[in-house]
Design a protein around this ligand. Structure first.
Ligand code: XIL
Length: 353
């Protein structure tokens, strides 16, 4: 080939590559995780292992998020349905996916009154036997994922609604008031480097329940019970966020030396979806993320699913909520970004400037 032709071909190739690069840059602005990375911030989503088989799901998850929470795979009934027989297959797959895509795993959850197998929930155990079961479960699970699951929701929803003391659960009935602190101590023994969280709902703003959580975790901090953070679930109903009050709650927890993470956000409503609803929903997401970013103590923002079509609020009659057509998340049924997604991009973008 004559050297002139070769030079021309090279020039063509370079121009073509430059052009392709510019088009991609124009068509796809930074993703949520790219913007979050600029602030050293975590943006996460809950996920089922089975949904990784859907290429659009896997692609959206790894493109937009740098943290994931196993939606169910790390709960007691999933991991130890029969005494002493652990099944880690689904959780292992999720953790491997996270590692492959450089995502952090927010472990959820070691101790909860739901997803308890009947051998625990209906077992007739002495206090010491129950403590043994709790210890063994936590040691096995936290120990296995040491270094791969750096954060655990150790206890989920342990405070009664209305804040009137501890929730009445099988663990509480078998062990007594100290089951929560025992769980934190066991988790810390199993992985001294893991960040240990207490997680709950309806306790985002200042109210009786968040007061009860604050009292419990203050006491833990004072007595040296290993705890590093509080998770605010943030399952909201449309247009009910009181960000001033949430900011005060985050602030008081932070002043104890604890981190806060928004752990399970979604925004639900009754009836059909309208443009007004989607716009209010976007405002709600923006307000919650901005409140988190405004605080030095709030270190992650996690949504409870990627696409509306897999939301736990879809099709399920949860007692407190029944709207089978609700669209509570950031991406619609076809993985198209919704106004709420753009609101989060905006909020993250402002902090990156
Ligand atoms: C939900 C899951 O999303 C559902 O798939 C499952 O059937 C029940 O649990 N608060 C929590 C989560 O802490 O673990 C719950 O997840 C939603 C409410």
């Amino acid at each position: 080939m004559a050297s002139q032709t070769r030079r021309r071909l090279w020039l063509f190739a370079i121009l073509f590559l430059l052009g392709a690069h510019m088009t991609t840059a124009q068509e796809s602005p930074l993703s949520l995780r790219e913007l979050a990375a600029q602030n050293d911030f975590r943006i996460g989503a809950a996920v089922y292992t089975s949904h990784l088989n859907d290429p659009a799901h896997a692609e959206t998850l790894s493109r937009e998020f740098n943290m994931l929470t196993p939606e169910n795979e790390a709960k007691f009934c999933e991991l130890q349905a029969q005494p002493g027989q652990f099944d880690f297959r689904r959780l292992d797959q999720l953790v491997a996916f996270a590692q492959q895509h450089d995502m952090e795993v927010h472990g959820h959850t070691l101790v909860w009154h739901q997803c308890l197998p009947s051998w625990v929930a209906n077992g007739q155990f002495s206090r010491d036997e129950a403590i043994g079961i709790l210890r063994d479960h936590i040691y096995t699970v936290v120990g296995r994922y040491q270094g791969r699951i750096p954060i655990w929701d150790v206890v989920n929803e342990g405070i009664a609604d209305g804040g009137s003391g501890l929730r009445d659960t099988p663990w509480h009935a078998m062990i007594g008031d100290d089951y929560i602190e025992l769980a934190f101590r066991f988790a810390h023994e199993a992985d001294p480097n893991a960040l240990l969280f207490y997680n709950d709902y309806g306790a985002e703003a200042m109210n009786a329940k968040s007061d009860a959580i604050y009292a419990m975790v203050s006491d833990f901090v004072e007595r040296g019970v290993p705890i590093h953070g509080v998770g605010l679930q943030a399952h909201f109903t449309l247009n009910t966020i009181n960000s001033g009050s949430i900011a005060r709650n985050i602030q008081r927890l932070g002043e104890l030396g604890l981190q806060v993470q928004i752990t399970e956000m979604d925004v639900r409503y009754e009836g059909d979806t309208t443009a007004d609803i989607l716009s209010q929903q976007a405002d709600d997401y923006r307000e919650m993320l901005q409140t988190c970013l405004d605080s030095d103590y709030c270190t992650a923002f996690i949504v409870w699913g990627v696409t509306d079509k897999f939301s736990w609020l879809r099709g399920a009659n949860l007692g407190f909520f029944n709207n089978p057509i609700v669209e509570p998340l950031l991406f619609d049924d076809n993985y198209q970004p919704k106004p709420a997604y753009h609101a989060l991009l905006d909020a993250l973008g402002q902090y990156s400037d």
